[in-house]
Design a binder for this molecule. Structure first.
Ligand code: BYC
Length: 340
C-alpha cells in the first residue's frame, strides 16, 4: 500500500517494448499524424490538448504531471506540521502563504493532467493506493524550525532548478502552469534562505547549530530529487526527444550544486560532503557519491515517513467525502432547477 514504485496508468505497447521499439502503425492516417506531430516537436512547437499526440507521449505526460501534482500536495504535509509552531507572527504568515501556494500548484497541475483525458478521481486513486509516485524528498521528517528554512532554501531551490526548464515543455498546458508555479517557488526559496540567514547572523549558538543540523539532514535527499543518474534513468531519453524534459537529471543536479555551494558560503554553513571540490578543468564543483540504495528504498515505500504521509492524504480524502457529496448534490439541484 505504501509503495511509490508502480506506474500510474499502466503500460502501453511502447512502454512495454521499450521506448525505442518500433510500434505497429494502424493506418496511413495515423502515420501522417505521427509525422506531423514529430515535425512539430522538431520545430519546437507547443502541443495543445486538442491536438493529436501519440499514446506514449500522453501517458508520459500524465505520469510526470500527476507525480508532480501529488508532490505538491504531499509536500504541504511536512511544512503544515510547523504552522502552529512558527516562532513569530511574520514567520507564521509566510509559512501559511507558502503551504497554500503548494495546494494551488497541485490544483493547477491536476487540471493540466486532466486536459489529457484522465480524471481527477483516477489520479487521486493512483496516489491513495500507492500506485503513483510523489517526490522522495517528502518522506523525510521535519524535526526543528530550521527545517522550514532549509526546505525553502534547498528543496525549493532544487525544485526551481528542475522546474524552470519545464516552462518550455512541449505540452502547452503544463508549460503554462509552470510559469506561475516558478514565480511562486522563487518566493518560497527566498523566504527560506532569509529565515536561515536571520538565524545564522542574529541567532544564538544553539540556533546556528540547529541550522547546520538541518542542512546536514536535507542535503543528500535534495540531490536525489533530480532523479537517478542519466545512464540509469529509463524515461529521460524519450522525454528529452519529445521536449517534455529539456535538461537532464545529472545536468540539473550539477547546476544546483554549483549554485548552492556559493549560497552556503554566504550563509556560513558547511555542506555535509567532504568530497566537494572545485574542478577547474570542468568549471564545476565535484561532489561525493549519492546513496542510490537509500533513494530507491524511499521511492519503494520504505522511507522514514512514507506511511505517515500517505496515511494523512487518505484520511484527508475520506474526511472530505461529505464536502464532495454536498457539492455534487448542490450542483444537481441547480441543474434540475435550470432544466425546470
Ligand atoms: N522521487 O526515468 P526517470 C516541490 C522516479 S514538488 C520519486 O529519471 P523522469 C515542492 C520516476 O518517476 C517537486 N520518484 O524519470 C512541493 C521514474 O519512475 P516511473 C516535484 C522519482 O520522470 C512542495 C523513475 O524514478 N517535482 O518541489 O524522466 C513544497 C526513474 O526516473 C524521483 C516534479 O515532479 C524522485 N525524486 O524524471 C516544496 C517535477 N526521481 O514513473 C517543494 C516534474 C525519479 O517511471 N518531474 N523518480 O515509475 C520531473 O521533472 C521528472 O519526473 C523527474 C524524474 C526529474 C522527477
Amino acid at each position: 500500500m505504501y509503495t511509490q514504485a508502480m506506474d500510474t496508468m499502466g503500460k502501453d505497447g511502447a512502454d512495454a517494448q521499450g521506448a525505442d521499439a518500433p510500434r505497429p502503425l494502424r493506418s496511413a492516417d495515423e502515420l501522417a499524424l505521427q509525422e506531423r506531430f514529430d515535425a512539430r516537436i522538431d520545430a519546437g512547437d507547443f502541443i495543445e490538448a486538442k491536438d493529436w499526440m501519440p499514446d506514449h507521449y500522453r501517458k508520459t505526460l500524465v505520469r510526470q504531471i500527476s507525480q508532480h501534482a501529488h508532490s505538491e500536495i504531499v509536500g504541504m504535509l511536512p511544512e503544515g506540521n510547523w504552522i502552529s509552531r512558527a516562532p513569530t507572527l511574520k514567520r507564521k504568515a509566510i509559512l501559511l502563504a507558502k503551504v497554500q501556494d503548494e495546494g494551488g500548484h497541485g490544483l493547477y497541475l491536476y487540471a493540466a493532467a486532466e486536459t489529457l483525458g484522465t480524471s481527477r478521481d483516477q489520479l487521486l486513486h493512483a496516489l491513495h493506493t500507492g500506485k503513483a509516485k510523489y517526490s522522495s524528498i517528502f518522506n523525510y521528517p521535519t524535526l526543528t524550525w530550521a527545517d522550514m528554512g532549509t526546505i525553502g532554501w534547498l528543496v525549493d531551490g532544487a525544485a526551481i532548478m528542475n522546474q524552470v526548464p519545464i516552462c518550455r515543455c512541449s505540452y502547452a498546458p503544463y508549460a503554462r502552469a509552470m510559469i506561475r508555479i516558478c514565480r511562486e517557488e522563487s518566493f518560497h526559496q527566498r523566504q527560506g534562505y532569509e529565515a536561515l540567514l536571520t538565524m545564522m547572523q542574529q541567532g544564538t549558538e544553539a540556533q546556528k547549530a540547529m541550522v547546520q543540523d538541518a542542512v546536514n539532514r536535507w542535503w543528500w535527499p535534495c540531490l536525489m530529487m533530480f532523479g537517478p543518474p542519466d545512464d540509469q534513468s529509463p524515461n529521460s531519453a524519450q522525454s528529452m526527444r519529445w521536449g517534455i524534459k529539456r535538461v537532464s537529471n545529472d545536468e540539473l543536479r550539477q547546476k544546483f550544486v554549483d549554485a548552492t555551494v556559493e549560497q552556503a558560503k554566504v550563509l556560513g554553513v558547511t555542506l555535509p560532503d567532504p568530497d566537494l571540490k572545485w574542478n577547474e578543468e570542468r568549471g564545476h564543483w565535484d561532489f561525493g557519491t549519492i546513496d542510490w540504495d537509500e533513494f530507491w528504498r524511499v521511492v519503494g515505500g520504505d522511507g522514514p515517513c512514507n506511511r505517515e504521509r500517505l496515511g494523512a492524504r487518505v484520511k484527508a480524502w475520506e474526511d472530505g467525502a461529505w464536502v464532495r457529496e454536498a457539492a455534487l448534490a448542490h450542483a444537481n439541484k441547480q441543474a434540475m432547477k435550470e432544466a425546470a
